[in-house]
Design a protein around this ligand. Structure first.
Ligand code: AG3
Length: 274
């Protein structure tokens, strides 16, 4: 007998994977958390029935969330990750020597705990001395931060359940206040096939707050449609005008200096959304 997991990505469409083992299946204080071993993509974290990360393709998302804004900023020192309790974005952030302090604010301590146990190559850097982990509400953390961060990365789940308020305009206003005068933020903004309105809405909200607003994409096979988007809001530095000399050597599997720029070249039906 074999066991298969399906994420219903829409009412009528899904992605299905063969499951070898279930390590955890529990209702936390905030969401349903499953940690499983898949045959094709290694260990996988699922929240509320949605694929969050897998050992095989996690590098794409984590590198693209971290390196695009961090290379856009000339000297990022203080960095905040909202969500992202699996630690993948933090691992990438630490590859930037300018970063003195990276704060992770994750609402669900169980995500951190089980990621350390079952996704060690993703969560391993959460113990690094440059990292401060807070189990707390990211929305509240943003609301109480002023002029503190150079770069903020929003590594949230989908706009349902605990992350719904992380897609609202008021949250982006809070982010702007929490950023320094030349700060940059990035948020994962879902996919153009099944959630085109979300992309349009977020882009329009962010561009009312930030003078520079940009959308870029990456290919993530286990996420809905595989074509994922990220929205950048920046007060001063344009991700499309990064001097080549700023791209220092880092070890990556997806991000390259060429891709930093190329990721902003959008298919027509995607650029029509913004
Ligand atoms: N956060 C974004 C996951 C969104 C996936 N959506 C879905 N499967 N419907 C990923 C967290 C990785 N650190």
């Amino acid at each position: 007998m074999s066991i298969w997991f399906t994420e219903k990505q829409t009412e009528n469409f899904g992605i299905t994977m063969k499951i070898n083992k279930t390590y955890v299946s529990e209702q936390t204080e905030f969401q349903k958390l499953d940690m499983v071993e898949t045959e094709e993509f290694g260990n996988m974290l699922i929240l509320d029935g949605m694929v969050m990360t897998t050992q095989k393709d996690e590098f794409v998302y984590h590198e693209m969330v971290a390196h695009v804004p961090l290379f856009t900023h000339p000297n990022p020192k203080n960095v905040l990750v909202v969500g992202g309790g699996d630690g993948g974005v933090i691992r990438e952030v630490l590859k930037h020597p300018s970063v003195e302090k990276a704060v992770l604010v994750e609402i669900d301590g169980k995500v951190i705990e089980y990621s350390k146990q079952y996704l060690p190559e993703i969560a391993g850097d959460l113990e690094n001395p440059r990292v401060e982990v807070k189990v707390d509400d990211g929305f509240m953390h943003i609301a109480t931060s002023n002029n503190e961060y150079d770069v903020i990365m929003v590594d949230s789940t989908e706009p349902v359940g605990p992350a719904a308020k992380l897609f609202e305009k008021g949250f982006y206003e809070g982010i702007s206040k929490a950023l320094k005068e030349d700060g940059i933020f990035v948020a994962q903004t879902d996919n153009p096939w099944f959630t085109p309105e979300l992309i349009s809405q977020v882009f329009s909200d962010v561009s009312e707050i930030f003078p520079i607003t940009r959308l870029y994409t990456a290919n993530i096979p286990t996420y809905p449609s595989g074509l994922w988007t990220f929205t950048i809001g920046s007060k001063k530095h344009d991700p499309l005008e990064v001097p080549a000399s700023r791209f220092h050597d880092i070890e990556t599997k997806y991000w390259t200096p060429q891709l930093h720029t190329a990721a902003f070249a959008l298919p027509k039906f995607v650029s029509d959304l913004i």
